[in-house]
Design a protein around this ligand. Structure first.
Ligand code: DX5
Ligand code: ZN
Length: 217
């Protein structure tokens, strides 16, 4: 069974609470929240106060994707805002092992994300501590970009590592996921699917979420 995590980066920020309730009622699994600092990525999105406020609109899992430099500075704040899973970028952490341990110390799930050009080897010595690896299939920073095909090979190789070492961590894929490519992504080994524009840019979100589940089978 895959988990669907709509990215609210493509939601209507003027009606964020309603949009979150809409994807909640439409049957999503996680709410994927993209935090951008204008340094690690060339865009600024939203932060702790917004997450704290929209936490009141749903009980779904808050899957917080931190695209920020040295995220260790803010783990406690995002945890207190209501994050259930915190994912940091390997490229943004000088001491990745320490950051992962910090996230776990708060009793929440820890993920590490890899940019398209980053090899799997950078997580070799932390993967056994992780609940999730997030494979970026676009260069992070913006919604609506095209899927980078080499991500499929990375997902496949990562699935081999996880199975080979008897681990249970999830593989999440983020960026350019559509109804047309979701099957190949799941077949490669991903089990948590992020989609922003492909979920929010449609007339019937409930139908679209069902279509994603059908297409992924
Ligand atoms: C990109 C973000 C994604 C983004 C995905 O940096 O991490 O979560 O919202 O948007 P789509 O699905 O439109 O590529
Ligand atoms: Zn994301």
């Amino acid at each position: 069974m895959i988990k669907l995590a709509p990215s609210i980066l493509s939601a209507d920020f003027a009606n964020l609470g309603q949009d979150i309730q809409m994807i909640d009622q439409a049957g999503c699994d996680y709410i994927h929240i993209d935090v951008m600092d204008g340094m690690f990525v060339p865009n600024i999105s939203l932060g702790v106060p917004v997450i704290k406020r929209v936490r009141e609109y749903t009980d779904k899992v808050f899957d917080v994707h931190l695209m920020i430099e040295e995220p260790s500075r803010y783990i406690e704040a995002f945890k207190n805002a209501g994050a259930d899973i915190i994912t940091v970028h390997a490229e943004a952490c000088k001491h990745l092992h320490r950051v992962v341990s910090l996230i776990k110390s708060y009793g929440i799930k820890a993920g590490v994300s890899l940019n398209p050009a980053t090899p799997i080897s950078v997580i070799e010595y932390v993967i056994d501590q992780l609940d999730m690896v997030l494979v970026m299939s676009v260069n992070p920073g913006f919604g609506g970009q095209a899927f980078i095909p080499s991500a499929l090979h990375k997902i496949n190789a990562l699935r081999d590592v996880i199975c080979g070492r008897g681990l249970t961590c999830d593989i999440e894929v983020d960026g350019g996921v559509t109804l047309d490519n979701v099957k190949s992504i799941v077949d490669a080994g991903a089990n948590v699917i992020v989609a922003g524009s492909a979920i929010f840019n449609c007339d019937d979100v409930e139908k679209r979420i069902k279509a994603f589940r059908d297409a992924a089978e």
